[in-house]
Ligand binder design. Structure first.
Ligand SMILES: [Zn+2]
Length: 296
């Protein structure tokens, strides 16, 4: 009851305001993700010191650090030395802004909203770091796994366990008599096994059969995080989407370069990350449509 005046304030605010606010905040977070993407693989602090031009080391002034806008004003060049700034910077800012808008469209003003926003943002960082350095840093995946477990406890406790896509399927098993938080945690473990566990097994089998390393452990840890957070259904969809997108991209590159060597390494984390974001935003509808084909 104490909360109701608070909610009433929000109910008078037009929804468009929240969209604009979320999208602008997303662009600012995108700007921070650029720092993470640039510095984390170099093992530099993401907070200190302030950003500098990688070419001439001139400190980037706050007015030159406005997401997207500064890039346009400066026409993509450093104010000091005129060296072109990578298009990745505005691209990450625009992408994060759009994704924040889409997550808001899906969640609305709910308890799960900040969790989903953090989850999607960390996936954006992982995708771009993997694309540039072919690594998925532990500094993101380890806290990501802990984050997923905390979300699995906090969201059912303060809001509803049905926020998680897998909860309904778990309640159709003998788990139905368990305490809600335990079912939610079991869902995290099951999802982590479906994600990280299956990838690890595939890599192990591949190594046995071909004698070469197929996949880094970074992918496995990333999928522990994704699986624990999203549950087994959306995780299976994520891997399915990633394998299709990865194979098609690999084929396209092979055809273009007329290469026949299948052993060419593509950073699979990119496809897993994109697949996970897609599955979070639209996966529930896809999974339910798929399931309905067998029931109806
Ligand atoms: Zn410069």
């Amino acid at each position: 009851m104490m909360l109701s005046p608070f909610i009433n304030i929000f109910s008078d605010v037009p929804p468009a305001f929240f969209y604009v606010f979320t999208i602008i905040l997303g662009a600012i977070i995108g700007s921070f993700l650029n720092v993470v993407i640039h510095r984390l693989p170099l093992e530099e602090s993401v907070v200190f010191p302030s950003s500098r031009c990688p070419e001439c080391s001139a400190v980037i002034r706050p007015y030159d650090n406005v997401p997207v806008v500064s890039y346009l004003v400066l026409r993509g060049r450093c104010r000091n030395c005129r060296t072109p700034i990578s298009a990745r910077y505005p691209a990450v800012e625009i992408l994060t802004a759009l994704l924040w808008g889409l997550v808001f469209m899906r969640d609305g003003l709910t308890f799960a909203l900040p969790f989903d926003l953090i989850f999607v943002s960390s996936l954006v960082a992982l995708v771009f770091i993997d694309a540039e350095h072919m690594i998925l840093p532990n500094a993101i995946t380890y806290p990501g796994i802990i984050f997923a477990v905390l979300a699995r406890l906090a969201i059912p406790y303060f809001s509803s366990p049905y926020v998680f896509d897998d909860f309904n399927s778990l309640m159709n098993t003998s788990m139905a008599s368990w305490p809600v938080l335990l079912v939610s945690l079991a869902g995290a473990v099951l999802g982590a096994l479906a994600g990280g566990g299956s990838l690890w097994l595939m890599g192990w089998l591949w190594e046995r059969l071909r004698g070469v390393e197929a996949m880094g452990l970074g992918d496995v840890k990333m999928m522990f995080m994704v699986g624990a957070y999203m549950g087994w259904r959306l995780t299976v969809l994520t891997i399915f989407l990633a394998v299709i997108a990865g194979s098609l991209t690999g084929l396209a590159i092979m055809l273009k370069r007329r290469e026949r060597n299948l052993q060419m390494l593509l950073p699979f984390g990119i496809f897993l990350g994109i697949g996970a974001i897609f599955a979070l935003l639209f996966g529930q509808r896809i999974v339910e449509w798929y399931a309905s084909q067998f029931i109806g």
